[in-house]
Every structure is written in structure tokens, then in C-alpha cells.
Write a new protein. Structure first.
Length: 249
């Protein structure tokens, strides 16, 4: 019955992953999401003096206890809030063993960390590709854009989930603990974009531009056109898939 209400859009049934026989049924889901937006993601131009919690930081990492504190005056349990944010792709639990040393050195607590792409505060790097003029000429490039007519295209939830989806699906998992392997399969994330490289020497930069209602995928292949033709369509298809899920109109 709970799953039926959830699939019909009348409520949201959220299973408790820690207790498989337990779960939550949220009847006023839109009200809960509005509260989440106000507390965590309200732009600086909008003032919420009694509600907004500024948790943004360079890496987008938030302590589970900080999240609990942000919602301490609500009637919802901290576990429900955390599970809801994860299931709706606002954030993802962090395995600190896979973080770079410069970040891991900051994690001085044993508390659980959550990664929020939308709470990354750093601006885009000047040139994530690191290309010189000779590199530009010797590589194969592709630029693809998905443009909308404005609202509701590029909804907040689309922008929150797109970088999580791309990171989980396309960035290689590290099987070797060597620092060189970790750096080779790492990615760079900023306020509105993500950059990563593949083992076939194909580099991807995906950015969202709210003011232009545009998603841009910029691809560079350092190994000829065939790897680009093989890998680029998969990333583009994932962008379209996320767009259709969060912005169907």
C-alpha cells in the first residue's frame, strides 16, 4: 500500500536501509522538500534568518551531525532526513579512504561525511584541460549542448543529481591503493561543473549554466577519434536521461 501511494505520486515511501522491516511514509513530500531547499540550498540573495544553514564549503563535504543540527527543530527524524537526501540524489555518503590526502587530512572526526555537489563553493578552474596551443590542434574535440527555454528546465534537483550520476557511472573505481592510481581516476568538481579523464585518454567537462538554461558537454580525446566516438555518446545519453527524469517538460 505504501509503495502504491509512492508510485502514484501521492506520497513518498522511504525504506530504512538499516532496518529492512521498517521505513517512513511521507505524506506532504513537497512541504518537506521546500523545507530542505530553504535550510540547505537557498541562494545568498534570499534571506532565511531563522532557517537557512550555510553548510557550503570548498569540497562540498558535510558532517552527518551538521545535517542533524540543521534540522533539529523539525518533526522529522535525522535518519529520515539523511535517507531522503540520499534517495533523492541531493548527496551521497563518502568513503574517506578514496579521498585525496589534502582532503582526508581535514577529516579529523569519525562522524559520517556526506558529499553535496550543490554545496561546493569553489569556482570553475581556469583551464581544467591544461591545454597548450599545440595540444588543442593535435587533439580531437567535441562540444555538445542541451538547451531549454527556461523554467522548469535545469531544475535544482537536476543540477544536484547530474554530477553525482556522472561521477558514479563514469569515473573509474580505484583497485590500487597507490597515490598515482588514485589521482589518475579522480575528478574535479566546482559549483556548476565536473571534469574527469578516462583510461583511454578522453577528457570530459560537463557544466550547467542556469542563466542560459544550458548543459554543456566538452570532450577532448588525446588518442584519436575512435575513443571519443565510443565514450562521448554514453555521457550525453546519461545527461539526457537525468534531464528527462527531473525536467520532463
Amino acid at each position: 500500500c505504501c509503495q502504491d501511494l509512492s508510485s502514484a505520486g501521492l506520497a513518498l515511501y522511504l525504506p530504512n536501509k538499516e532496518m529492512l522491516e521498517d521505513g517512513w511514509l511521507i505524506l506532504e513530500i513537497q512541504e518537506v522538500i521546500t523545507d530542505i531547499y530553504a535550510k540547505l540550498f537557498a541562494p545568498k540573495s534570499v534571506e532565511f534568518p531563522m532557517h537557512h544553514k550555510d553548510l557550503a564549503n570548498k569540497f562540498g563535504l558535510v558532517l552527518s551531525s551538521e545535517l542533524d543540527h540543521a534540522f533539529e527543530f523539525t518533526s522529522l527524524s535525522p535518519k529520515l532526513i539523511k535517507n531522503l537526501l540520499i534517495s533523492m540524489e541531493f548527496c551521497h555518503p563518502v568513503d574517506s579512504d578514496l579521498l585525496r590526502d589534502e582532503i582526508r587530512s581535514l577529516l579529523v572526526t569519525q562522524d559520517e561525511w556526506l558529499y553535496f555537489p550543490s554545496l561546493v563553493s569553489q569556482d570553475a578552474p581556469l583551464n581544467p584541460f591544461g591545454s597548450s596551443p599545440s595540444d588543442v590542434q593535435s587533439c580531437v574535440w567535441l562540444c555538445w549542448e542541451l538547451r531549454g527555454l527556461g523554467y522548469p528546465f535545469l531544475s535544482p534537483r537536476f543540477q544536484y543529481s547530474i554530477f553525482l550520476r556522472l561521477a558514479h557511472k563514469f569515473i573509474q573505481k580505484v583497485t590500487d591503493d597507490q597515490e598515482s592510481q588514485i589521482l589518475q581516476h579522480s575528478c574535479t568538481v566546482w559549483k556548476n561543473g565536473i571534469f574527469w579523464s578516462t583510461e583511454h585518454e578522453v577528457d570530459f567537462q560537463v557544466q550547467t549554466f542556469s542563466s542560459k538554461a544550458t548543459v554543456q558537454v566538452l570532450v577532448r580525446s588525446r588518442n584519436g577519434i575512435l575513443p571519443l566516438m565510443k565514450e562521448a555518446p554514453k555521457v550525453i545519453q546519461e545527461v539526457i536521461k537525468v534531464k528527462e527524469h527531473h525536467c520532463p517538460n
